[in-house]
Design a protein around this ligand. Structure first.
Ligand code: RIB
Length: 297
């Protein structure tokens, strides 16, 4: 059984600011850094660091994407399915991080939006029934990829971030696992008072995680609802924390951990990611996640 993460790869330009820039304002940043990111790359690194063997698929520009491939390779992720395209820039993100570690992001899709059906067919031909497919919402051709993966009977995991109108046009009834934050759950459930109840009714075969920031996370595994609190850390940069959660949660399930332990491991890993700068670079190792002394609140 193989794990394919078909998603985005971005160059993250991160600016440390006192507050998010306002309309008409010119704001000086206290620091700037270039980090490896993209929800696809971050989740692939988290899946690998949490102990699974992972194949990354997607696209970067041939001139500026090498740094992202290096970072993935260093984390042990297979990059044979990442295409290096000519005459197109690697996707990039302009990220402001404020004093509370909160972020806001402007995204330029670049090569991530050049994923097409031919590329998808070629990549998916290397995967079979029972293999896992992890998806986010930062690449083109998602509906086609989901159709083909469903035909092959792959296990489909969807983290529909960033949420936009395209998500509502996806064949969501093919999804086996949804990983949602509370805003995404609200949109997908049509703003139902009880998003879990609405989502369970709409997607009866799906397993669903909803993360709720300081209120922790909940997992509907088809039989019971499991709650997990958060672990207290000093927030430095929340960028990539959700991706770390997704990667550790799915990797833990694949490695055979119980649902409860998978949720707990994911919550610990994302807390550590919040305490560090950057996205891909903030993903902890499994050893750190298991040994770090963290207080649950
Ligand atoms: O989830 C964090 C990621 O969102 C960043 O790495 C940025 O590239 C955007 O895709």
């Amino acid at each position: 059984m193989k794990i394919l993460n078909f998603g985005s790869l971005n160059l993250d330009y991160t600016y440390e600011v006192s507050h998010f820039v306002r309309p008409g304002e010119t704001l000086a940043a206290a620091a700037r850094s270039l980090n490896c990111g993209g929800k696809g790359l971050n989740q692939a690194i988290a899946l690998a660091k949490a102990g699974c063997s992972v194949y990354m698929a997607g696209a970067v520009g041939s001139e500026d994407g090498g740094i992202l491939l290096n970072q993935l390779n260093r984390a042990g992720v297979n990059t044979d399915n990442v295409r290096q395209l000519v005459d197109i820039a690697t996707g990039n993100a302009f990220i402001q991080v404020d004093g509370n570690g909160e972020n806001c992001i402007v995204l330029y899709g670049g090569a991530n939006q050049a994923v097409d059906e031919a590329m998808a067919d070629e990549i998916l031909s290397g995967f079979i029934s029972g293999d896992w497919l992890i998806l986010q919402n930062e690449i083109s051709c998602l509906p086609y990829i989901m159709e083909k993966a469903h035909e092959k009977k792959m296990i489909i995991v969807l983290n529909p971030s960033p949420m936009n109108e395209n998500v509502l046009r996806l064949p969501l009834h093919y999804v086996d696992y949804f990983l949602l934050n509370k805003d995404e759950a609200e949109v997908l459930s049509d703003h139902a008072e009880d998003p879990f109840a609405a989502l369970k009714e709409r997607y009866p075969d799906a397993k669903i995680v909803i993360t709720r920031g300081s209120e922790g996370s909940d997992y509907w595994n088809g039989n019971e609802l499991i709650h997990q609190g958060i672990f207290k850390v000093e927030a430095v940069d929340t960028t990539g924390a959700g991706d770390t959660f997704t990667g550790f949660f799915i990797s833990s399930l694949v490695r055979g951990l119980s649902d409860r332990d998978a949720l707990r491991t994911a919550a610990r890993a994302s807390a550590i990611a919040v305490s560090r700068k950057g996205a891909g670079a903030s993903v902890p190792s499994l050893d750190e996640v298991l040994s770090c002394s963290l207080k649950e609140i």
